[in-house]
Design a protein around this ligand. Structure first.
Ligand code: ADP
Ligand code: MG
Length: 320
């Protein structure tokens, strides 16, 4: 039993190493929903890592209809399948990484379904949030003999929840532990973010406060895109301050974080304009290479510096 757990952890650990230091982009296609009028999906070809869209050319000025991502989930993918490809990233929080998962897409494309689940939750239908929390609690329990997570509840979560499509909602998880052999402190933080709908605002449909609100949301999503883009360009100035969202996530989006942009698309022909714009946003994001993700360990750094000081002192002493 224990051997198997170790084995499994090692396998996951290796996968985590592969995930280091870049933005991953996953794409999920929602199935047609029961009760919807019959229509043909705009998804032409789909495999593990690519997707192509059937669309009138007016939506794709450059003619590109195929996109590649780290992972593509088709309409029949289960919640369990989705979670199992997200789990290694989530577990790295216990090793002291900052992890950020964004659900992006137009309203109705399945963001809340992926992160939380449908309205009626069952064991099969619960989303990433619940699975992540129970996984983290379980693993921190199992690791008790090497890492102590006892103080002040080492895994703690705060949720800002709202099913509205016009606000972002965020689940934040903090992990703190102490390695029993080395005495180093490990601190990890995870943000699971169900973003507001990404659809463009049609000014003829929304007026007054609703319009202001909608424009504000679009601004924060484009600010998120800008931040990720300027991290990619390795610009010295990263415009975190352009929105509340990016300000809040500054630490989690820097070069030390592991970020997953989980985009969602609807299969209906009348959504194809938004589908293309979502895929283009994601493509821009997936070009990003962040610096190597770094573990938040204070003890290790201090120990290393102390060693350096001792070495320098010894070198000085030899010279005198
Ligand atoms: P969003 O949060 O992007 O606005 P929702 O997650 O609320 O979209 O999804 C819209 C509807 O489609 C909901 O009724 C949801 O349960 C359903 N749905 C979304 N994705 C899936 C899926 N992969 N499988 C089955 N139903 C889904
Ligand atoms: Mg939603």
């Amino acid at each position: 039993g224990y051997q198997r757990v170790l084995e499994e952890n090692r396998k996951l650990y290796n996968q985590v190493q592969d995930l280091k230091g870049s933005i991953r982009v996953y794409c999920r296609v929602r199935p047609f929903l029961p009760g919807q009028p019959n229509s043909v999906s705009t998804v032409g070809h789909l495999d593990e890592g690519s997707i192509s869209i059937i669309t009138p050319l007016k939506y794709v000025k450059d003619g590109r209809k195929s996109f590649t991502f780290n992972k593509v989930f088709g309409p029949s993918a289960t919640q369990e399948e989705v979670f199992s490809d997200t789990q290694p990233l989530i577990r790295s929080v216990l090793d002291g990484y900052n992890v950020c998962i964004f659900a992006y897409g137009q309203t109705g494309s399945g963001k809340t379904h992926t992160m939380t689940g449908p309205k009626e939750l069952t064991q099969e239908s619960v989303g990433v949030n619940y699975r992540a929390l129970s996984d983290l609690f379980l693993i921190s329990e199992q690791r008790k003999d090497t890492i102590s997570y006892e103080k002040n509840r080492a895994v703690s979560a705060t949720a800002m929840n709202d099913r509205s499509s016009r606000s972002h909602s965020c689940l934040m998880v903090h992990v703190q532990g102490r390695e029993l052999t080395s005495g180093t402190t490990v601190r990890g933080c995870m943000h699971l973010i169900d973003l507001a709908g990404s659809e463009r605002v049609d000014k003829s449909e929304v007026i007054g406060d609703r319009l202001k609100e909608a424009q504000h949301i679009n601004k924060s999503l484009s600010a998120l895109g800008d931040v990720i883009y300027s991290l990619a360009q390795k610009n010295s100035h990263v415009p975190y301050r352009n929105s509340k969202l990016t300000q809040l996530l500054q630490d989690s989006l820097g070069g030390q974080a592991k970020t997953l942009m989980f985009i969602h698309i609807s299969p209906e022909p009348d959504a194809v304009g938004e589908t293309i714009s979502t895929l283009k946003f994601a493509e821009r994001v997936s070009a990003v290479e962040l610096g190597a993700a770094r573990v938040n360990k204070d003890g290790a750094d201090v120990k290393e510096l102390k060693e350096q000081i001792a070495n320098l002192k010894a070198a000085l002493a030899r010279k005198e």
